[in-house]
Design a protein around this ligand. Structure first.
Ligand code: AMP
Length: 451
């Protein structure tokens, strides 16, 4: 398979020749016809797989020359670095095409960007905040957008851009093609797709379900969060074996919660990275972990993607990933350069389905270890683990409540039982003279007087 097998045009072939690229990468091969078809597309691919060309090649091939001023292609990315990078990639491909590309991002003078927008453009690459500000200022018209690309959606949602994205969707024409690329699949990404995409076609490079031989994998069944912490405390106590440990959690809140717990036990030995931490904080944490100053790093899937750290002795899956691909990405952080690596995964009863999906993808069982005797089984539950009964008229729940009123429940004292009805003087007078309080009361009073 070479680029000649794709239905490109001469300017693109020439640009690719100049770059010295001969073969499309797997994601480019898979995405080309799908993106070119005009259907909504969801691509799962990591940075470095050639994903930018995967969506830009078909877009550029179909973008006709135009003199109109408003952009027709909008690419949204989470960071200014990525704006710069994507603009560069588009420019490489556009060497022999007459099109106008502009990158805009926050933290810089908006007026300069307004001028650039006013000069007219075909493709706009932007971070969501700045894009929205430009659109509100009316310098930027989005009514001509035909193709919307959202790149690194997982990072964007993790950074809290969901509302901004939805606000932007409102400004775009309904008839448009949505193209989205994400490195990891998360619940948030899934929700966004379901809410805003029309029967998207999914393309992804199949994640290898064959784990490396030099990674040994085991699992524990653990009933709840607090017991998971107790198990971690037990395991991490062996500082010699567990000398560089990467702990994965799915959510930021869980990362912070776990950090507080572990920091109290292993002071100065633990650090954490997730998207609510500043970039400086994250960089410092990663450096300290790489240099061996901190033995334990807690990370979310999204933030751990870019990590390039050697000699990780253990990857611990504090939760069992919902998407088996994420498990493969996680455990691949250990056992690098053919060194030995260990992976452990903790699963509650609720997470048993997820472990089955992981075992299904790998086509192998992960050996189960017994909880060590010294690990205390906690019965305390965190908020997310308590049973939630959502139905409004659940007779079972009512009976439960009546049987066990809970700690804080007691009968109100007589004086506290009174309900404040307000306007006591008016009420007393109305009672005395049978005056209607409202127009609706008139008939009632009439009737009662008649009696
Ligand atoms: P990306 O995953 O889009 O960030 O791309 C990673 C790097 O791979 C970029 O520097 C691209 O210029 C380069 N690249 C993209 N497609 C190809 C290809 N087919 N062959 C070789 N390199 C490529």
């Amino acid at each position: 398979m070479t680029f000649r097998n794709l239905n490109l045009n001469t300017p693109l072939f020439n640009a690719l020749d100049d770059l010295g690229f001969e073969k499309p990468t797997p994601i480019q091969e898979q995405a080309f016809n799908v993106v070119a078809s005009g259907r909504d597309v969801v691509g799962i691919a990591q940075t470095g797989t050639g994903k930018t060309f995967a969506y830009m090649l078909p877009i550029l091939k179909n973008l006709k020359f135009s003199k109109q001023e408003n952009p027709r292609v909008l690419v949204l990315v989470p960071t200014r670095e990525l704006v710069v990078q994507v603009v560069e990639e588009i420019e490489k491909l556009s060497k022999y095409i007459n099109n106008r590309v502009l990158g805009v991002y926050g933290g810089t003078n908006i007026n300069t960007q307004k001028q650039a927008v006013a000069e007219g453009l075909d493709i706009l690459v932007a971070t969501p905040g700045r894009l929205y500000d430009l659109a509100l200022s009316r310098v930027l018209q989005l009514k001509s957008i035909q193709k919307l690309v959202i790149d690194e959606v997982d990072v964007m949602l993790d950074l809290g851009f969901r509302h901004q994205l939805i606000n932007i969707f409102d400004l775009l024409p309904e008839r448009r093609q949505n193209i989205m690329f994400s490195a990891t699949m998360t619940q948030e990404v899934d929700t966004l797709i379901n809410d805003f995409f029309r029967n998207p076609i999914r393309v992804s490079i199949a994640v290898s379900g064959t784990p490396l031989d030099n990674i040994s994998q085991h699992r524990y069944n653990v009933p709840n969060f607090h017991t998971k912490v107790n198990l971690l405390e037990h395991l991490l106590g062996d500082t010699e074996a567990f000398n560089r440990v990467l702990i994965f959690v799915a959510f930021k809140r869980m990362a912070d919660r776990l950090f507080d717990k572990l920091d109290a036990i292993f002071r100065d030995d633990v650090c954490v990275i997730h998207s609510n931490k500043t970039q400086n904080y994250r960089l410092r944490s990663i450096e300290a972990f790489s240099a061996g100053e901190h033995r334990i790093l807690i990370a979310t899937d999204v933030m751990a993607r870019g990590l390039d750290i050697d000699n990780v002795s253990h990857v611990i899956n504090f939760d069992t990933p919902d998407y088996p691909e994420n498990y493969m990405h996680r455990i691949g952080r250990t056992g690098r350069a053919e060194r030995k690596g260990e992976s452990l995964v903790f699963s509650t009863e609720k997470e048993q389905d997820a472990i089955e999906r992981i075992e299904g993808l790998m086509d192998m069982k992960v050996p189960l270890l017994e909880l060590p005797d010294s690990v205390e089984i906690s019965t305390e539950l965190i908020e997310e683990e308590r049973p939630q009964i959502k139905e409004r008229h659940n007779p079972l729940k009512r009976r439960q409540d009546e049987d066990a009123p809970g700690q804080a429940f007691h009968e109100k004292k007589e004086k506290n039982k009174k309900v404040n009805q307000g306007g006591s003087y008016r009420r007393d007078m109305a009672k005395k003279y049978k005056k209607p309080k409202t127009r609706g009361d008139k008939n009632y009073n009439k009737r009662s007087r008649r009696k």
